[in-house]
Write a protein that binds this ligand. Structure first.
Ligand code: SF4
Ligand code: SF4
Length: 352
């Protein structure tokens, strides 16, 4: 993929799948003892991983994910142990390396049965860091996850990264309509759109509400109040700017629709709304899965703490008395399903 295509895909079109070639890639000069990192076949994911690995000698095993990023593909059933098993076998990995270890991206935990990978290929798979930028430190530490490496960072840098890439696709067609039919309002529309989006993404942790639509609604309310106030003061009519007030309300629905996993760890409103309407799956983007918050069967729990190792936001804590896990921050659970999939005792499930 050319640098320009990577740039466009990464900054403006992350909603769309884009397939990288699957198979085994050599980064640097790997040998039979070099680590093997597994990646999905979303072009941007592969490009970023390879960039982070510059200067190292490692194998990258690119498995099929239908061109979708790790987290979405794992949650949607497109990047599972079956795709990894297939990649290991078709690449003849066992002939390239002497060891039998695979490093999986941490965020694929919702879709991976590591026992099945071991049974079918002989390779032991473990979950590496959540961020590609931590891979080098993880390898330097002897494939040990240091403090915070299993957590997904939803900091301001991440949110700014997602701001344009997730919203450009909404802005562009509407802006095109403005350019054709109401060119004199294009600038105002763009300022309103990006101003609202910026407000939601920058202020995300501080805006009240647990859901994306709630947060976007609150930011939009501030805008509407501004229009009403301006109309009242300048034109003596609070609804003078009524088309823009309606537009601001529509922005709530667009920008807040699916902030889950993009601006912060919040449940996906769009997914839940579809579930309520009876639509449980949708092509390669959404497969049927349980939604709701995590629940724990304390009797079944053995205290292995696997759940804590895969939760991207640190919902779990250790009960010091009975030495089992406990749901220390259950209210923060956003139903990714990683802990449910990885619990060896089936002690966790998602329930509304
Ligand atoms: S993974 Fe399952 S068995 Fe292990 S500590 Fe968590 S809930 Fe308990
Ligand atoms: S507790 Fe919730 S957010 Fe954490 S891994 Fe389990 S399902 Fe995902």
């Amino acid at each position: 993929m050319s640098a320009l295509t990577t740039f466009l895909m990464g900054h403006f079109m992350r909603w769309f799948p884009h397939r990288a070639e699957t198979g085994l890639r050599a980064v640097g000069h790997p040998d039979e003892n070099s680590p093997v990192l597994v990646s999905c076949n979303y072009t941007l994911s592969v490009a970023r991983l390879v960039r982070e690995l510059e200067g190292l000698d490692v194998w990258v095993l690119v498995a099929q994910s239908s061109g979708i990023n790790v987290w979405c593909a794992a949650c949607g059933g497109e990047f599972t142990d079956h795709q990894v098993i297939s990649a290991v076998k078709t690449s003849r990995l066992s002939e390239k390396v002497r060891h039998r270890r695979l490093i999986l991206p941490a965020l694929c935990a919702p879709g991976m049965d590591v026992k099945n990978i071991r049974d079918k290929t002989g390779f032991r798979a473990r979950f590496g860091p959540a961020e590609a930028s931590d891979i080098r430190a993880y390898l330097d530490a002897g494939m040990k996850k240091l403090e915070g490496m299993q957590r997904k960072d939803f900091g301001i840098g991440h949110r700014m990264d997602m701001l344009v890439s997730m919203n450009f696709v909404w802005w562009a067609p509407v802006a095109a309509a403005f350019a054709i039919f109401w060119p004199e309002h294009l600038f105002h529309f763009s300022v309103l759109f990006w101003g609202t989006a910026l407000g939601v993404y920058v202020l995300f942790p501080w805006v009240p509400g647990r859901r994306g639509w709630t947060k976007a609604f609150i930011v939009t309310l501030v805008l509407v109040a501004g229009y009403v106030g301006a109309g009242r003061i300048v034109h003596d009519d609070p609804f003078f700017y009524w088309p823009w007030i309606v537009g601001a309300a529509l922005l709530t629905a667009m920008i807040g629709m699916d902030l889950g996993g993009t601006a912060g760890p919040v449940p996906s409103d769009a997914e839940e709304a579809l579930h309520r309407m009876g639509v449980k799956s949708m092509g390669s983007f959404m497969k049927e899965k349980a939604i709701g918050r995590v629940t724990l069967d304390r009797e079944a729990c053995t205290g292995c703490f696997t759940c804590n190792g895969v939760c991207p936001i640190g919902v779990f804590g250790r009960d010091p008395v009975v030495r089992k896990t406990r749901l220390a921050r259950r209210g923060d659970c956003f139903s990714c399903g990683a802990c449910v999939k990885q619990c060896p005792e089936r002690a966790l499930r998602l329930a509304s």
